[in-house]
Design a binder for this molecule. Structure first.
Ligand code: NZQ
Ligand code: ZN
Length: 388
């Protein structure tokens, strides 16, 4: 039975080749001071930075820069960003980049007026924001996380060996996001395919939960089928606009809360992947691809019906004259073939994980209860060993 829920997504999207002109509509809504946040410099190389700065100037904005947001943004960078936003007296935080830049902007937004240590409050105690926030807008340049239309923010604390995501409430969702698929054409292939798997993983984390008949799961199946088709096109021709735009749109819907409605959801692959990230600083999507098959093979017997449905409805497996288990296993084999053809990392050893990290990764893995099996520490260790 569909659970009870409240649905609200307050982010306005501007999508397509002309999406950046959306800034002209949005910028007049905010004060003069804009904190322009970006990463390691890709936006300067591909010209997106210049385009954004021109529009900001045309709209009479004073620009304060906060550059150098790293993939997997750190808590130290967050503290620096808070100081920059305060000094700028920022009226708007404009994130130009991938999920890391968008996540960071949201964390700064919620933390500037926070009276306590934001790491402890949001990422350890998972408390709600109870202070003023600075509005955030995003110009997305890398597809995968869904950060452009959600309240999520993932911050890494290497000293504590923790990479933790906090889901902020509606008021921290980006007020607007600019999605131009062409802005993603310069993303390196490794990052591009990691983003593709991140999308798949987000859908699976929500799909592999519950046994009821829920419209959200039918939407998920459609999103996965579109992703599989377009990713196979994009991996051969990264400048195929149709494929890249479909993937961009799928990524947004995969994690803008819609397909979680009425569901408990799992997120255990992300918990293991984030623990690996805290030890290796590896690319997020690859931390997921390298553990997913071991995880799903381990939990499959506890959610066999759903795995069978996944095989048939998503991968087109013919169920005739086969046991449920055979069908379910074939579905996962089809997913494995797709992953290999994209060129994803399939082993955690390829991300720098060594066996002496196992205990630490197991201890840094948060255990969720919404999936088909609540993992024990031994289960996490088994998954790590199987994924080497
Ligand atoms: O830093 P720059 O120079 O911009 O380079 C980036 C970075 O090296 C590069 N890049 C981005 N756009 C580009 C480009 N290079 C060339 N051309 C472009 N157009 O790509 C690299 C990766 O960028 P990053 O933002 O780190 O990637 P992604 O979008 O995958 O974000 C990953 C972060 O998001 C978190 C992850 O944990 C990770 O920290 N997540 C956020 C979620 C959310 N908010 O809901 C959910 C996800 O599950 C995920 O956990
Ligand atoms: Zn993810």
């Amino acid at each position: 039975m569909l659970g009870n829920f409240t649905f609200c997504n307050p982010t306005r999207l501007y999508f397509g080749k002309d999406a950046l002109s959306g800034l002209d509509k949005e910028l007049p809504k905010y004060g003069k001071n804009v904190l322009l946040v970006y990463g390691g410099g890709s936006v300067k190389k591909n010209g997106i930075y210049d385009k954004v700065v021109e529009i900001l100037k045309k709209n009479g904005k004073e620009i304060f820069e906060d550059a150098g947001v790293m993939p997997n943004p750190t808590v130290e960078k967050l503290y620096e960003g808070i100081e920059r936003a305060k000094k700028a007296e920022a009226d708007l935080i404009l994130a130009v980049g991938g999920g890391s830049v968008c996540d960071y902007a949201k964390a700064v937004s919620a933390s500037v007026h926070c009276k306590e240590d934001p790491w402890d409050k949001y990422f350890i105690r998972f408390e709600d924001v109870d202070n003023e926030v600075i509005p955030v807008g995003c110009v997305l340049t890398m597809v995968g996380t869904g950060s452009e239309m959600n309240g999520g923010s993932v911050i890494t604390n290497y000293a504590q060996k923790l990479k933790i995501g906090h889901v902020f409430g509606d008021n921290v969702f980006p007020k607007f996001s600019v999605l131009n698929p062409e802005f993603t054409f310069t993303v390196p292939q490794y990052q591009m395919v990691a983003g593709f798997f991140d999308i798949m993983s987000h859908i699976l984390e929500q799909y592999f939960s519950g046994t009821d008949d829920n419209t959200s799961d039918y939407i998920s199946e459609g999103l996965m089928r579109s992703l599989i088709k377009s990713s196979l096109t994009a991996v051969k021709n990264p400048e195929d606009y149709e494929a890249r735009s479909n993937i961009m749109w799928t990524a947004t819907w995969a994690l803008n809360t819609l397909v979680a409605m009425g569901k408990e959801t799992d997120w255990e692959v992300h918990m293991i992947g984030q623990a690996i990230g805290a030890y290796t600083n590896a690319t997020h999507g690859m931390t997921l691809s390298s553990v997913s098959l071991a995880y799903y093979r381990l939990i499959m017997p506890y959610g066999l019906e759903r795995f069978k449905r996944f095989a048939v409805n998503v991968w087109g497996v013919d169920a005739k004259n086969k046991t449920d288990k055979e069908v379910a296993e074939e579905g996962l084999r089809e997913m494995e073939k797709w992953m290999v053809s994209l060129g994803l990392v399939m082993k955690i050893s390829d991300l720098g994980v060594t066996s002496d990290m196992f205990d630490g990764i197991v201890n840094s893995t948060l255990i969720n209860t919404g999936g088909y099996k609540v993992l024990s520490k031994e289960d996490v260790l088994t998954i790590l060993k199987e994924s080497m």
